[in-house]
Write a protein that binds this ligand. Structure first.
Ligand code: ASP
Length: 329
């Protein structure tokens, strides 16, 4: 059986539950990726993707997403403020335009023309998180944006509270996280029955981001990269670190040169450690799959403890720690 599905963080179980039936029924890897991302985007309890995502500094939720199956087949959108399913829109950009990426107003006009329905993205729970953040750290803070500190991602925040992580997250738990709830992304990689690979990524980006900020997630080569000949990789974590090393592209490029998925992910994390002055709560993780004709191995690796991936294959669906963690804390 060649079907395989990987997603990031424990809420990836929501994606895998929607994606795996697509693969098991003989659907394409791309269909599976879009189905999984859409399921999370529609789930209000996930506070970093789609509806219910955490807003930026001005209280506006802005979504980013991309899909990719090969260097000549990719699509992306960024700064989507009125449509809940940026991954499906990104796929439409890939399939219906000569472009790769649309942003902001133009992307929304395209979504409208394509028949996508608008929905309010800011939930009451997310608004409360933003109000709390604004009171403590926002523009009303005498330090303004300069007082802004990258918050913990949700899994690490849960860990810091002595909680072993979460699946989706009960609304009260999300409330509870307040400032600590921050950034995380669902990144998905799939391999279908025919052995084809696809990747996708969907996020509301870094919590309380400066308006207009776009991270790695929707940028081809940073959040996701797929080359049927060399492999597929996807990222999550502090986008600014990932973008500095073209993270997902580099993972795939190292696999092209013969590295295993695990070694490729680890090498890119080492480069980040080597070139950035890391803050204590910086986190980055990669998932990667080699093409079947190169053995088909897969792996995940993280900068720090706290990250988990979700894998689905013929043995079922499992939430697991990564194969490699570079730093001890
Ligand atoms: N990579 C995403 C971003 O920087 C957030 C995350 O994965 O935690 O927008």
């Amino acid at each position: 059986m060649s079907e395989l599905l990987l997603s990031t963080w424990s809420f990836g179980t929501i994606a895998n539950a929607a994606s795996w039936p697509v693969l098991a029924a003989g659907g394409t890897a791309l269909d599976a990726v879009v189905a999984g991302a859409t399921a999370i985007e529609d789930d209000e309890t996930v506070d970093c993707v789609g509806v219910g995502g955490t807003p930026g500094a001005e209280g506006v939720v802005a979504l980013d997403a991309c899909v990719m199956t090969d260097p000549n087949r990719c699509g992306a959108v960024a700064d989507i403020r009125h449509y809940p399913n940026p991954t499906a829109i990104a796929r439409r950009v890939m399939e219906k335009t000569i472009h790769v990426m649309l942003v902001g107003e133009g992307a929304e006009q395209f979504a409208a023309r394509e028949g996508f329905q608008q929905r309010t993205l800011l939930t009451e729970a997310a608004r409360q998180r933003w109000l709390k953040w604004r009171q403590e750290h926002g523009p009303n803070d005498p330090n303004g944006y300069r007082g802004w500190v990258p918050p913990l991602n949700v899994e690490d925040a849960a860990r810091a509270r002595g909680n072993a992580g979460r699946v989706g997250g009960a609304p009260d738990e999300i409330e509870d996280r307040g400032q600590a709830a921050s950034h995380d992304t669902v990144s998905l990689l799939a391999r279908d029955r025919a052995g084809a690979l696809a990747g996708g990524c969907s996020t509301s980006g870094m919590a309380f981001k400066v308006p207009g900020r776009v991270g790695d997630s929707p940028i081809i080569g940073h959040g996701v990269y797929v080359d049927q000949r060399a492999g597929a990789a996807a990222a999550t974590g502090n986008g600014e670190l990932i973008m500095g090393v073209c993270g997902s592209f580099l993972v795939v490029e190292l696999m092209r040169q013969g590295a295993s998925p695990r070694d490729a992910c680890t090498e890119v994390l080492r480069r980040i450690v080597d070139r950035f002055e890391l803050l204590p709560n910086h986190q980055v993780a990669f998932i990667a799959i080699a093409p079947l004709e190169r053995g088909g191995a897969w792996a995940s690796a993280a900068l720090r403890p706290g990250f988990v991936h979700v894998v689905s294959d013929e043995r079922g669906t499992r939430v697991e720690p990564p194969h490699f963690v570079l730093l001890e804390t």
